[in-house]
Design a protein around this ligand. Structure first.
Ligand code: PLP
Length: 398
């Protein structure tokens, strides 16, 4: 019998992958599946990026490279971020990583002592809570409420939760799973909280460029924030590169050096030839990216329109991300189902429509009474959205 380390029992997981496995098992037994469960993308990585990767392999970019990334990519990332954020990062502020996810791990490893309190969004990307707990921190959630046009952050709740032990804030504007986006005033308030309580921030900007109208803003752009924020950057979503595994941590030089030391100890470096492809992604033509956005926007509109036509469902139309987080409280009543996960499994079995629920993004918080599901429209074509959601409509309305 293998005895795992004691700390292992504190390690969580990303249960969206479990939903994905369930859907695949059903598909293998002949059920047609409409996949809304995972934030993966069924669009091709733009051709110029693929070609740059092939060229890099042919040119022998297949050995180890600097632990923190090749200089060309670090420079391209710094320039790219500066152009959109109004910052003045240099290559020394960038540490290239095999994806955005490793930034979460390395940020916590570098900064959090056991017992430190970390504010994190719940519902939120489940890896935050998993890793805070794994490394012995105290995970302190803040939630969201329904506002006029979109979700709003419960800033009052965040403020009440701050204690002398609060050291870090995890902030994910353009939020997975709700599609929440901070309003100017909220962003200013958050910056004030960060300054007043001397916090450091993991600013998860995974969806910064997945935006259909308006302009993204960064917490790091606000006064005093650049020295307090580590940005999580990823190529996964913007360029349909989820499986390539490439992203970066961008922030204060000393902290970035600490983060890069984990690369030395961990993966040595991010794949060398993939870094060259990432340079092309940032500096080459952006037609592929624009086409990805165009397709996603059409899918968003179709999904939102159909969801809002279903009895007992209400859904916002966020300007960014490729997630929707409709309120299904009334729909569950219509179906006579009292548990969100039961609603999910019954819908999956009877219609093939596969999605996650609020519970895949953290445990419900005290006082939470409504039920939600999360749909990602990044991995399903528009005709399948139409077909799948009309089946969901029939399932609910009978
Ligand atoms: N942060 C958020 C909020 C996400 O939703 C994801 C992926 O779904 C990530 C980070 C990590 O993405 P990746 O590791 O593919 O860059």
């Amino acid at each position: 019998m293998i005895q795992l380390a004691d700390r292992y029992s504190n390690l969580g997981t990303e249960t969206a992958f479990t939903v994905s496995a369930e859907a695949t098992a059903l598909a293998n037994s002949g059920t047609k599946i409409y996949p809304f469960h995972l934030g993966d993308i069924n669009l091709k990585t733009p051709g110029n990026i693929v070609e740059a990767m092939m060229r890099a392999v042919e040119n022998g970019k297949t050995g180890y490279c600097p632990n923190s990334g090749i200089p060309e990519l670090k420079e391209a990332l710094a320039n790219n971020i500066n152009a959109t954020h109004g910052t003045s990062y240099a290559a020394e502020n960038v540490s290239v990583q095999p994806g955005g996810k490793p930034v979460i791990n390395k940020f916590l490893l570098a900064l959090m002592n056991p017992g430190d309190e970390v504010l994190y969004p719940n519902p939120g990307f489940p890896i935050y809570e998993s890793l805070i707990k794994f490394y012995g921190g105290k995970a302190v959630p803040y939630g969201f409420r329904e506002g006029k046009d979109n979700f709003e952050i419960k800033l009052d709740e965040m403020l009440r939760s701050i204690t002398p032990k609060t050291k870090l804030l995890i902030f994910n504007d353009l939020h997975n799973p709700t599609g929440y986006e901070a309003k100017e005033q909220e962003m200013q308030e958050i910056a004030r909280v960060v300054r007043d309580h001397n916090l450091l921030v993991l600013d998860d900007e995974a969806y910064y460029d997945i935006r259909y109208s308006g302009e993204s803003r960064s917490l790091a752009s606000l006064p005093g924030m650049v020295d307090r924020c580590v940005l999580l950057y990823t190529f996964s979503k913007k360029y349909a590169m989820t499986g390539w595994r490439i992203g970066a941590a961008i922030g204060p030089k000393d902290l970035i050096e600490a983060i890069s030391r984990f690369n030395v100890n961990d993966e040595s470096c991010t794949s060398h030839f993939i870094q060259h492809a990432a340079v092309e992604a940032l500096t080459g033509p952006q037609d592929g990216y624009r086409e990805i956005l165009k397709v996603l926007k059409e899918r968003r509109d179709k999904t939102v329109d159909i969801l809002n036509s279903i009895a007992g469902i209400r859904c916002y139309r966020p300007h960014a991300t490729f997630y929707l987080f409709p309120n299904i409280t009334e729909a569950m009543k219509i179906k006579g189902i009292s548990h969100q996960d039961r609603f999910r499994t019954q819908a999956l079995e009877e219609t093939g429509v596969s999605f996650c629920t609020r519970l895949h993004f953290g445990s419900a918080l005290p006082g939470e009474t409504d039920s939600y599901i999360r749909l990602a429209y990044s991995g399903i074509d528009i005709d399948q959205i139409e077909e799948g959601l009309s089946r969901l409509k029939a399932f609910i309305e009978g």
